[in-house]
Write a protein that binds this ligand. Sequence first.
Ligand code: GLN
Length: 493
Amino acid sequence: MTELVNLHISEALDLLNKKEISSVELTKAHLSEMEKARFLNAYITETPERALADAEASDKRRANGDSLGALDGIPIANKDLYCTAGIRTTAASKMLSHFVPPYESTVTQKLKDAGTVMLGKVNTDQFAMGGSTMTSYFGVTKNPWTDEKGEYSLVPGGSSGGSAAAVSAGLCMGATGSDTGGSIRQPASFCGITGIKPTYGRCSRYGIVAFASSLDQAGPMARSVKDCALMLREMAGADGHDSTVAELPVPDFTAALTGDIRGKKIGIPKEYRPDGLNAEVARVWDKGIQLLQDAGAEIVDISLPHTKYALPVYYIVACAEASSNLSRYDGVRYTERVSGHTLDEMYENTRTDGFGPEVIRRILLGTFVLSAGFYDAYYTRAQRVRRLIYEDFKKAFETVDAIVVPAAPTPALSYEAMKNMSPVDTYLGDVFTTPSSLAGVPSLSLPVGLSNTGLPIGLQIIGKHFDENTVFQVGDVLEKAAGFNLMPHRVKG
Ligand code: GLN
């Protein structure tokens, strides 16, 4: 039998249902892999007792013939941005480093109700701001894929870099991520796994530490399109705590995996192929286009004319919303206090001590673009251009069923390279993911090929609002056609 930590969720469910393996066995295999791979720094908090208790309860349900959840007995990890009742939730910040939420986020509650086993909380960029996990107060996570010398010198991407690394290295079978401007899709690409940012409004944001509320979306990260479809079904749906969640029925996304995309129209936007596009990324994109065409899809050249404004618009809107959302960390609620002689001084001391430099930079930027003298020049204008980006996608989807573009402009970068980059240079890494975030459309990232040095490169499949079905359908065909080898660099300890 395949090693337990190599199994896909769909395969493990089969074996569990046939009683060939138990959830306790599956969970123990993951806990021991986590121990071996601690040097990757994927987890901020491991919860082995909770995991074993969850697994035993699941095995008991199966043995007794009780009703089972759709993911009963499957070990997963949660991004440390999701509030978990009684379990520390840090948002990878000093500010929340001792925060134990009294309540559970809707998405993690739903996954619990589906019978999953929680292995722990995984690393992220601080307050989900970044693309490398380098802004985490708990240190950077290492990408399980090594460089040419076989060294763990690469970032896993971010902000959901802990989730991506843990899934890739077999330290969990699937993980929650969250995506504001690419935080599921870019780390999925860097670590050679699959993840989907669903339509804005598909999953509840209740209990997820807020970054930019009009963009934040929960989503699954796993080792196959089918596993993401299985997880998303359990994560999605309205809950009464978040009025932006659509009151739409959540389909069985796996039913969309028909393997047949003949006649589907796939749009290829010319704006995603600027002069100087990384040649390896371009090669993998072309390969993906060819594979889809071979599978019977019709390839259509399209234009999304406002694409070049997405990055500046994103950084204005996201920082504006972040500055407002993060005002709650004031030394009075949630957090530990650093006292001062006056109330203002206490705020100042607490926030200076509790936030890292990237978070402070964004609060300053956001406060600036919302300030009376600059509101219209930056914030209002950005909102207007956001609308145009949304209209671009709407118009494109009048003629195509899905759009296929690269997930990131490069394969995984090294820490050394990133350390020397300016903040704006790092923001450029979000160029391919921010347009669909601003438009609120669903987008899946899956690994399609390798760089010249053997690193994974992912493509995005973007769909119409609430049409995750087509996104999964196309993604599944592309996954099978690409035949990507998921884990050549399995950590051996
Ligand atoms: N890398 C982007 C940023 O730094 C996206 C982050 C995210 O999606 N949470 O804002």
